[in-house]
Ligand binder design. Structure first.
Ligand code: 3H9
Length: 708
């Protein structure tokens, strides 16, 4: 079956791309050859005067270059050749004497957008599935099929850098505002509009696009060499601050953009393929590409049973605190599901609804949704102080106070009030099996552990207990994904996965503090390692009371190995709860973090010691986490190293370029990790005793993750 089919009417050919046997259109070596053949035939055909490029897939125009092909590249020269080949194919479109119109519906990403940028007119459907962007830097590479050169010329330097350096994807309406697309239409009239546009191009010639730039300042910054120099310097500074120098791709993209604008397209294209050659073979890109495929694979996860998820049309949320409101608001915003919000008192219901609605208001303000969509979504939410409306609920998520008896009581009431629903408890510390004890329908009970703030944190842990039905697991997984989460299934063990591996890491930060290590030295060491925030700042964010409670649960479950340092208890005695009461390890001024609080040393009763090296801090904290990850993996807390690594990246912000904790062990080598742990054990005792699973992997010179 060919990937391209042609339909010629009235001198206008529609060239439809529909890659056989694949869910999305992507640009492979084979596709390139077929495209060139089909395109040459159209150019040679005297009956064809203009070409429309369209997609035969329901929801994708073109998803970009084939990422799988990157994993098969063996040398930088091969990678360079791949980029050069893409550039040549796209250049032929740009140079075509017959006008080419891109008719875009669905994802138009990476190489797909680069191809569209070379067309002479772009029409996109105003549909949520139509997204345009250059996500390459998120894969550790740069737009290398001409995008780094063409986009800045089309929409201006600053607007292009905003997309390219962050690997952003924009909705069609925003892409239209930016000037990436020329027309925005309803999907039903996409092809007709494209035909009319082709006719116009034939009649009136190709449009010359006025240079963009807002006002004199915009003109100066986008259109003059001295202005652009300022933009390049600021962009470089911004990238370094954001990436800590760990990610080479945005800097390479910046270099290509600069070369393309300052020295001409040819130098820009050369820089693109040269830097692509280096980056595609580099360690960072390899890890980021693995993450892409792991995330994609997780989208299909049904829990391993083959069970089908049940439809969720009505969601009940019990508990209207920060978590409950966050779950309700995120569910409505992402899944457009009807939500019933319940709490014991009506004023709490009202404030929960208000908080949930705020999430929708934010989306409206950021123009993620239209006013009509906003109204429709707001109308989907309702509240009650009883159980009215819960009879129709398919799924109930409970986010009440973290107390076993309270949760059991809610479960019993929900079983009566929502007789058909699956019941999910959002807990971070209570075993799901204990909550399900005494349930009338224990098979319908499981855990859904969301992270705070729910709308922003990308991970969800789904936790079946021993008796949970497989279809309940599949339903929670599918619904979690509808909420936009990356979802992993974890075992019903204390701390589940994320808090389990976080626990010894935060404890170790506590030990360092108790020894008098400066707060800023600890946090700086870990952000330098690549974490988005340091462990002490994280404690402040989570809340010291919450941290202390979770630490106590882990200590009770796992014994002395996870005994917390006494610092949190001291801080709590001094009335410090972290950011939420404006008093933590850090000072807060007007709600903003304002540097470590010098009073903390006094509260902890420690003498600030001369700073120890960042390497020592990193080693103690990191190895505590790596060891726990190996131990939990050995206990079957996660089903695979892939899930464990994704959980750490999306749940804690473990540095993506390092691939996750189990991947880090493999990079370092299990035997080396064992040696370091034994050294730490000699100095600090049994909390660093190597995990049995690590010893076992070390003995057979094995790995947790696959090679590559
Ligand atoms: C690039 O273009 C570089 C150029 O600048 C220069 C080169 C020289 N390649 O996510 P889904 C697969 S870099 C290979 O579940 P959705 C995916 O693995 C590229 N495979 O669907 C999955 O496979 P399977 C820049 C791809 O509807 C299946 O398609 N582009 C690619 O939730 C369905 O995917 C990107 O980074 C690809 N490019 O989301 C875009 N794309 O079924 C990456 C998809 O066998 N893609 N697959 O497991 C996406 O963001 C989403 O897949 C998309 C659809 C939004 C398109």
């Amino acid at each position: 079956m060919p990937a391209f089919t042609t339909d010629v009417r009235d001198g206008i050919a529609v060239l439809t791309f529909d890659l056989p046997g694949e869910p999305v259109n992507k640009l492979t070596a084979g596709v390139k050859a077929e495209f060139e053949q089909a395109f040459s035939a159209l150019l040679a055909d005297p009956s064809v005067r203009a070409v429309i490029l369209a997609s035969g897939k329901p929801d994708t125009f073109i998803a970009g270059a084939d990422i799988e092909e990157f994993t098969r590249l063996e040398t930088p020269a091969q990678a360079e050749a791949l980029s050069r080949g893409g550039q040549e194919m796209i250049a032929r479109v740009e140079a075509s004497p017959k006008p080419v119109v891109a008719a875009i519906h669905g994802a138009c990403l990476g190489g797909g957008l680069e191809l569209a940028l070379a067309c002479h007119w772009r029409i996109a459907t105003d549909h949520p599935k139509t997204q345009l962007g250059l996500p390459e830097v998120q894969l550790g590479i740069l737009p290398a099929a001409g995008g780094s050169v063409r986009l800045p010329r089309l929409i201006g330097l600053r607007a292009a850098l905003d997309i390219i350096l962050a690997g952003k994807t924009e909705r069609a309406a925003k892409a239209f505002r930016l000037g990436i697309v020329d027309e925005l239409v309803h999907p039903a009239i996409l092809l007709d509009t494209a035909r009319r546009a082709a006719g116009r191009l034939l009649r009136d010639g190709r449009p010359s696009r006025p240079p963009r730039g807002t006002g004199p300042a915009g003109w100066f910054l986008d259109r003059t060499p001295p202005g652009r120099r300022i933009v390049y310097a600021q962009a470089r500074k911004g990238v370094l601050a954001r990436t800590g120098g760990h990610y080479p791709a945005p800097l390479a993209a910046l270099e290509a953009v600069e070369a393309g604008l300052e020295q001409g397209p040819r130098r820009g294209f050369e820089t693109e393929h040269r830097r692509f050659g280096e980056l595609a073979m580099g360690a960072v890109s390899r890890e980021l590409v693995r993450i892409f495929f792991a995330t994609t694979a997780l989208k299909k996860d049904d829990g391993g049973s083959g069970a089908r998820p049940l439809p969720v049309g009505v969601l009940g949320v019990v508990g209207t605190g920060f978590m409950g409101a966050g779950i309700a608001g995120t569910a409505v915003a992402q899944a457009a599901v009807e939500v019933r919000l319940r709490d014991a008192a009506l004023d709490r219901v009202a404030s929960g609804l208000k908080a949930a609605r705020k999430l929708l208001d934010g989306r409206l303000e950021r123009r993620r949704i239209t006013r009509q969509e906003h109204q429709r979504l707001v109308a989907l939410m309702g509240g009650t102080a009883g159980w009215e409306g819960f009879r129709r609920a398919d799924l109930v998520i409970e986010a009440v106070f973290e107390d076993l008896d309270v949760k059991r009581k809610v479960l019993a009431e929900a079983e009566a009030g929502a007789p058909h629903a699956i019941f999910a408890t959002n807990t971070s510390t209570i075993p799901i099996g204990r909550i399900a004890e005494g349930a009338g329908r224990p098979g319908r009970v499981l855990g859904m552990h969301f992270f705070s703030p729910v709308d922003r944190m990308p991970l969800l842990e789904v936790i079946p207990h021993a008796g949970t039905d497989p279809d309940a697991v599949a339903t929670a997984l599918a619904f979690g994904r509808r909420m936009g989460k990356t979802v992993i299934v974890v075992a019903d063990r204390p701390g589940f996965w994320v808090n389990r591996i976080l626990s010894p890491y935060l404890n170790e930060a506590g030990h360092l503090l108790a020894e008098g290590t400066p707060i800023e030295a600890i946090d700086a060491a870990m952000t330098r390692f690549g974490f988005p925030v340091g462990p002490v700042a994280l404690l402040d964010e989570v809340g010291l009371d919450v941290g202390a409670k979770a630490g106590g649960v882990m200590h009770a479950a796992f014994g002395d190995r996870l005994r917390p340092a006494p610092v949190l208890a001291r801080m709590l005695e001094a009335g410090r709860q972290g950011r939420k009461n404006g008093k933590g390890f850090y000072r807060y001024e007007g709600g903003k973090k304002a540097g470590p609080d010098p009073a903390v040393a006094g509260i902890l009763g420690v003498q600030p010691r001369a700073a120890i090296s960042a390497e020592t801090i990193q080693q103690r904290l990191l190895y505590a986490m790596l060891n726990e990850a190996a131990m939990a993996m050995g206990e079957g807390v996660v089903r695979s190293a892939r899930d464990g690594d994704m959980g750490a990246i999306f749940g804690i912000g473990y540095p993506p370029f390092r691939g996750g904790p189990l991947r880090t062990i493999d990079h370092l080598g299990a035997t080396r990790v064992l040696d370091v742990l034994r050294g730490l054990e000699n100095v600090y005792g049994a909390r660093f005793t190597p995990a049995p699973a690590l010893v076992e992997v070390g003995m057979r010179n094995g790995r947790f993750t696959d090679e590559g």
